[in-house]
Structure formats: structure tokens, C-alpha cells
Design a protein around this ligand. Sequence first.
Ligand SMILES: [Zn+2]
Length: 451
Amino acid sequence: MRLATQLGMGLTGVVYVLDEPSVGLHPLDNERLLRSLVELRDRGNTVVVVEHDEDTMRHADWLIELGPGAGTEGGRIMFEGTPADCMRASASVSHTGPFLARTMGVLKDAKDFAPDDRWLTVRGAKEHNLRNVTVAFPVGVFTCVTGVSGSGKSTLVNDILAAAAARRLNGAKVIPGKHKVIEGFDHFDKAVQVDQEPIGRSPRSNPATFTKLFDQLRDLFAQCPLAKVRGYKASRFSFNTRGGRCERCQGDGQIRLDMQFMADAYTECPSCRGQRYNRETLEVRLHGHSIADVLAMTVSEARQLFRNFPRVVEKLDTMEAVGLGYLALGQSATTLSGGEAQRLKLSLELSKRQQGRSLYILDEPTTGLHWLDVQRLMDLLFKLRDAGNTIIVIEHNLDVMNLADWVIDLGPGGGRAGGELIYAGPRDGLLSEPRSATGQALAKWRQHAAE
Ligand SMILES: [Zn+2]
């Protein structure tokens, strides 16, 4: 809406800065967006876009790549130049060029799975714009649900299927959107919706507490010689209870300043200097590091330190595998992005023992991910599938569609022009479906690859 207003005003000499405008857009809608951005440029404006989207990069006049890694491993300029130069850059210089040039791509290291005779079928879906559709999802298979923005994907998958699954399999008290019946829940023990909701609203939750890694770390600290001598139990190393924490800030590490009519401000606790614990607790050291030092470490750093503790390494490995190696273990949940929260949830699922009878539902999991991270994510999802689970992903990302075992396409348009089932079947069949905008986008994308 804001962009449309800007286009209408016809200003020149303005700098426009956009952060991932392609999120949630079907490739077709994204093309329209790109035309608008090019139009702004042509009028004499400067457009700066932060993006992972391949088409946006191809349309850019100039690319600036930061890296090489994320967090503490990033922060350097890796490449500056035209997209054509970027494509010629070697993989040691640019992590983006080889993917743009298609000399590298997101690959599937697993076999395609075809449906057997087990199905999860939604009959008579009528919520919002869905036109009384019946859709069958194959069990034990990786399915990608596609369609232009507003075609009814989220309504079908989140509002109806995920809600009904949570109610039926997990005993949640949610009311699913309008539909006649869903058959096939007997193939599942539980449903897991890996969404982008925060992992906690309090600054006391963080990646370590969320993944239960913190419990293991506290046990390890309680086993240190000094802790044993002093009789410290694992609870001593919690910042939520009295005993080991700094009482001035009650383990927050920061003190809230009441700003009267303005938003609250925080300042570092002068007693513990942001370390959350009292002096005695911090004296206990594991390989020279206090519990506060460990919470300040990134996942990758902690993996080095705890390399001899298999159970800790296992958890850290799954966090690294979802591309969160740069995240600090004690980083407050309130500062994590939606994408980071989603990947943490996924890593928690991956660290559990796989029973092979789970239904996983993900909404645009590649949002905010570079190709290298998309590759990691796909490897993990296919691992879950190989263990016998069912994966249903809503996605606009063509790399993901291109690997899916099964594609369900809604459309043909958005809003009133949508709500129909356009295609359901193996991904390649989508290419010959004349009414599918997604099929056209995928065909065009593959053509790029062949060039
Ligand atoms: Zn304090």
C-alpha cells in the first residue's frame, strides 16, 4: 500500500529502503513488485533492497553481499558489483554468485517419494474464499502447497487442516475453519505446526531455555569440582530462582527504568554488570568459562567448548543445522525474528526421537534464508520425511517447489478469483497445467537453470 502511494506521488531524488519485500509473494506478484521498483528507479530515485529472492537480485543494477557467515562470523563485505560479475565470482568470494549462475543449486539428497494408499483428506472446505474444495494430502510424503497470494493456501492448511489436527491429535481447544470432514488422522500420533510465533514473550526465555539445553548446561556446572565442594545444585545456575542469581536485577541482567509516559527503558544492572548471576556462582568455571560466559556464546562457539559432551553437542548440532549457529545461547526471546523462532522450533523437533507418525506443517519456512540455509532446511525436512513423517509446507520459494514430492496448487487468482484446487500431483505435472500461475513460474525458473 505504501509503495503504491509512493508510485502515485511521482517523487524524484528519494532513497527508498525496503527489507525483504518479496516475503509472502508468489513469483507472479513478485514480478509486479519488481516492475514497480524499477519504475521508481527510472524516475530518478535510489532503491535499496535487502533480499534473498533470486529474481530481485537478477533485476538489481548493483549487488552488495555481506558475510561470510552470520552473526559474529559475518560483518564483512564479500562482493560489490553487477549481478553478471557476481555470477562470475568464485564460491570462495561470493556465496551468492554460484547460486545466481546456477552452477550451484539447492539439491535433494533423498529419493522422491510417491504416495502409497494412505491419505489425509480435507473434504468440503468452505472457509473464506475456498469453494467447497476437497484436497488429499499423501501421508509420509513432502508436499508443497502453492498458489498466488490470497488463493486460499493459509486458510486450507493453517485455519482448517492444522487447527483440526491440533484439536484431534493434540487436544487443543481451537475451532477449525469451515469444512465437512477430514479423513486420515488415524495415520498420525501428533501434529506439529512450526510457525513464526515468538518462542516466549519474556526476556527470560532464550534459545538455551527453549531447547532445554539450559537444563543440561546447569547439570554440567553442578558437577564442577568447586560446585561440588560448595554444595551447589543445578538450580544454583538458574537465573529464575533465588540462590545463584543476582538479586538486584533478579537474574534479568538489566534494570527497568520507569519512563513515565514513554516506553520502558533498560539499563545494565550495576551489580552483576549484565551477567545475571552473583559473584559466587560466577566463580564456578567449566573449562575456564562461567555460566554467564556460556550464555553469551554463540551456538557454534558452544559446540567447540562442549565437543566432549555428546548430549549437548546433539542439541547444538540441530540448532546449527537450521542455520542458527550465529545465535547467542542466552539471547532474549523478545529479540528473535519470526524466522529465527521458527527455526528454533524446528531444531527442537529434530532433537526429539522420531516415531515417524507426526504431521509437520510449516508456513513459508524459507523466509529470510540464503540458499545455503535453504539447503540445510531441506536436508532436515527430508530427514524427517525419511523417518516416516508427513511434511506439508506452504511455500513460494521455487527451489523448494522444485524438490517437493507432491504439489498442491490453489488458485487460479487471489481473493474471489481464487479458492479452487488447480492441481494436485507430482511436481513435474504442474508444468503442463495451463491454469496454474505457479506452473508457469516454475517452468520459467527451470529455463533459467538450463540457460
Ligand atoms: Zn544483576
